[in-house]
Design a protein. Structure first.
Length: 93
């Protein structure tokens, strides 16, 4: 019973992502597919996170903490990478 409910929820989410992708494709149907690809990626991440929350054996509080830690870690890596880049010549020394 629970597996059916989860399966139906994932199916509805996948249908919604497909609808959103189609809408984005209609909006951005030019030759440059960057925006469409980014929107599709974000939608895929959302579906993945939702499925992970549904199937995870840990409590919701633990999962939220883990997600927050991972987001913080990724943010730190991005800041570190961009702060360690060489100057472009426009900065004053």
């Amino acid at each position: 019973m629970c597996a059916n409910r989860v399966s139906e929820g994932v199916g509805r989410a996948a249908d919604r992502v497909s609808d959103l992708r189609d809408q984005a494709e209609d909006l951005y149907s030019g030759e440059d597919h960057t925006v469409r690809n980014v929107l599709t990626f974000i939608a895929g991440v959302g579906v993945g996170v939702g499925a992970a929350l549904l199937f995870a054996p840990a409590s919701g509080e633990e999962i939220r903490g883990q997600i927050g830690d991972k987001v913080q870690d990724i943010g730190d890596r991005v800041r570190e990478r961009f702060s360690s880049q060489t100057p472009t010549g426009t900065e004053s020394r």
